[in-house]
Ligand binder design. Sequence first.
Ligand code: PMP
Length: 445
Amino acid sequence: LLENNARHLWHPMAHPAEMRKNPPRIVAAADGVEIVDVHGQRLLDGVGGLWNVNLGYSCDPVKQAIRDQLEDLPYYSAFRGTTTSPLIELSYELAEWFREDGLVRSFFTSGGSDSVETALRLARQYHKLNGQPERTKFIALKKGYHGTHFGGASVNGNSNFRRAYEPLLPGVLHLPAPFTYRNPFNTADGAEIAQAIARQFEEEIAFQGADTIAALIMEPVLGAGGVIVPHETFMPLMRAICDRHGILLIADEVITAFGRTGAWTGSRLWGVKPDLICTAKAITNGYFPFGAVMIAQKVADVFEGNDSSLGSIGHGYTYSGHPVGAAAALATLKETKRLNVAANAAERGEELLAGLVRLQEKHALVGDARGKGLMCALELVSDRSSKTSASKQVVQKVYDTAYEAGVMVRTSGANIILSPPLVITAEHVNRILSALDAGLSAAAG
Ligand code: PMP
């Protein structure tokens, strides 16, 4: 398998030659919150698939819904002339779910990158329909991650995902990340950082002209960029500035929607109502590629009130609203609510973060420990005062040792990222922490 993997399979986000040197682990099975590799080793999944398997691997109602839908209707398109009943039911459920956020309509996609692409397009179209065709630019955050389509890559705030593919969309401006550990403002005070970024946003708007800006896209808690938890004032400040200048706010909640931060959405965590919310990942518990963009009444009204050809939605995917995905999503939403996983994410998240802070006190290798709910990170450094990132070898040693100790974690640069299923217990939290403790000791030795 590994030989064929090296020869034929190109891994996303990886260098082909690097993958040959450092072959991937082959996952063969999974149940509960554990995975089993081809050698039969069992591991607690500290990654939750890829931030998406919120309910674990044995979620029978979701599996059954997929089987039943495959029997009844394995596929039909939801383009203009047709639709399917699980999809209509799902749009009703989602409207209920997001009612308090003022989001009333859903546009279905096949994943997170599609959801972002759709939201960016709808934002520009909204302004055109509104008689403001010059509003085409996007504002985003450095360290933000928004998927891999050209639109998403253009707003991504990590140059590694941009450089090879330029030129990207013109007119994208990146504000600094609301990051207390590393930022250009010479302070670790989150409220001050939020104010400084807000000032920069206002300056940029004055310089560019508000009437050239379509939307701000941001993650309520930045995930792939290293789990950056902004100060509670940050997202409300961004919302207020957008409102002042007629700029739409797109919340990229591909990771944060459906409970991961301990709130049902990341935007709700900060008390913010976005104009568009991008979802995917946990919407089907990772069992089927699927996503939804949730759309505010104010945006929907502009489309519905315009009967010119410009009001027609000029994009969509063969798998926009796949009936099997819709059935999976319906069952997932029901289980997500029934198990009240957001509350468990909040409680287990506090235990996990407290444990990570203890590891930071114990191990000089840990520069920063941070998180919200069950999205957490340890940032590894070779020197605490200069905050120099730990070497690849050191990070790999932590990963390998944790693996041997029976816990799967994820590395991203010098960060160890943790995003386990939201149904983990306190005992699982302790297992993650002791595996990391062993990993950090081994890497230091
Ligand atoms: N937005 C965010 C915030 C994400 O974390 C991701 C994926 N990690 C995406 C978009 C892209 O989603 P997908 O990989 O499903 O295309």
